[in-house]
Design a protein around this ligand. Structure first.
Ligand SMILES: [Zn+2]
Length: 430
């Protein structure tokens, strides 16, 4: 062991001069630059990047000779450049489809993890440089998050949730034999306030960046248990308080208004889906400043699958058609009323890498192109407490930068075809 450590030290010394030269500057010539979503884009700008971070943004196209040392110039003079997009609701470990049951039986966890890396890369290449994974086999997702942060593998920045849910609720296992249910029941399934307090602490102990709960039933639960409130007020309050004591936020999946209201009263930071956000919920959203993460793409996807595909049970189909169809109108009302919106797709229901289709649906539901981009940059960064390091193209932020051919402020569908992706100063698509 000692020998191997010494060997590694020797190798690192040998390569030290090379790693110094890696600090060379990169400059991007941006034809149109939306540096701060919510403000007007600027023409002909030069973004200066060093050590993975933006160190300056200058007017005009500065050439390499204006800087000292090695300078790489990236020409995006005919592109529209904006901050990397963020998706606040993904499930990187899967994709909904007819082979899900078979995969669960036949695929090893190790192979599934490799597939998750593939899905994560599809997401990154689509221009999403940061995602919040709100439901996966948690330990695998924490490992992927940490491996990406360490630079061992490529992928978007991952903010990973630990799930806490009640027995028989949406977060609990369903649709398999009782024997398999026993095996797959999470240690974070809880009942009653003190048990849920334990579960929240347990999720954080093993690595959760946030706690994800399900205050109402869910569409994909293979039980006809509805989409109304499931967790009790005392359980919701305990989870939020236990998480807050350890510096973690709580996100709650919720469809019906009773569950949205209860979760907001308990103090969650975001409501996922919010399919039936009515006047009571809107009032609370505005009082608390909590974010709605709309996932319109999931609603559209499951409603279509319920009709076209034949792998869903009757219990799931009924919910998929009802909830999927109702989501967009409710989102429109919430947005018009001024509820804070953070972009989220529920990718894993839809295919990874098609995340920007959510933006198209948001515009169709009455949101402006600029507000959609704000929801996927500035608002998302705020929700995950990373406003000081991502969300805009400004000094000191990570160089998470994407480019499209024409202005998405005029046609949001431009986001469906991202031409250039940089994350932390490293180019992943050009
Ligand atoms: Zn989800």
């Amino acid at each position: 062991m000692l020998y191997r450590r010494l060997g590694l030290a020797a190798v690192m010394l040998f390569f030290a001069p090379l790693s110094l030269s890696a600090e060379a500057l990169t400059i991007i010539h941006a034809g149109d630059l939306l540096a701060v979503p919510g403000t007007a884009p600027l023409r002909n700008q030069t973004i200066v990047i060093e050590g993975g971070r933006i160190v300056d943004v200058q007017s005009g196209f500065k050439d390499a000779s204006s800087f000292e040392g090695d300078v790489e110039v990236i020409n995006l003079r005919d592109k529209f450049v904006l901050p990397g997009l963020m998706d606040m609701h993904v499930h990187l470990q899967g994709e909904l489809g007819p082979s899900n049951d078979r995969d669960a039986l036949k695929m090893s966890d190790q192979l599934m993890q490799m597939r998750s890396i593939y899905y994560a890369m599809n997401t990154l290449k689509a221009g999403f440089t940061t995602v919040r994974d709100v439901g996966s086999s948690a330990q695998e997702m924490y490992a992927m998050r940490d491996a990406i942060n360490n630079g061992w593998i490529d992928g978007p920045r991952i903010i990973a949730a630990g799930g806490v849910g009640i027995t028989g609720g949406h977060a609990d296992i369903s649709g398999v034999s009782p024997d398999l249910m026993e095996i797959y029941t999470s240690a974070n399934v809880c009942d009653g306030p003190y048990d849920c307090r334990r579960a929240a602490r347990n999720a954080i102990k093993y690595g959760a960046d946030l706690v994800k709960i399900t205050s109402t039933g869910g569409v994909m639960t293979d039980r006809a248990t509805g989409t109304g409130q499931q967790m009790e007020m005392d359980e919701l309050r305990e989870v939020v308080q236990a998480a807050a004591r350890m510096g973690r936020k709580v996100a709650s999946h919720a469809h019906h208004e009773d569950g949205i209201v209860a979760a907001l009263q308990a103090g969650v930071a975001s409501i996922e889906h919010g399919s039936y956000t009515g006047p009571r919920a809107i009032k609370l959203f505005k009082e608390t400043g909590a974010y709605l993460v709309p996932t319109l793409l999931a609603g559209k996807t499951v409603a279509a699958m319920a009709v076209e595909a034949d792998f869903m049970s009757d219990a799931v189909k009924e919910k998929a058609i009802r909830v999927g169809t109702d989501m967009a109108g409710n989102f429109e009302r919430a947005h018009k009323a001024g509820v804070n919106i953070a972009f989220g797709t529920d990718s894993g229901i839809s295919r990874h890498g098609t995340n920007a289709e959510e933006a198209v649906l948001m515009v169709e539901a009455g949101m402006s192109e600029m507000d959609v981009i704000v929801s996927a940059t500035i608002n998302a960064a705020d929700l995950i407490d990373m406003s000081d390091s991502i969300g805009t193209i400004e000094d000191g932020k990570f160089a998470d930068i994407i480019a499209v051919s024409h202005s998405p402020l005029e046609n949001i569908e431009e986001l469906l075809n991202v031409d250039f992706v940089m994350k932390g100063g490293k180019v992943f698509k050009r």
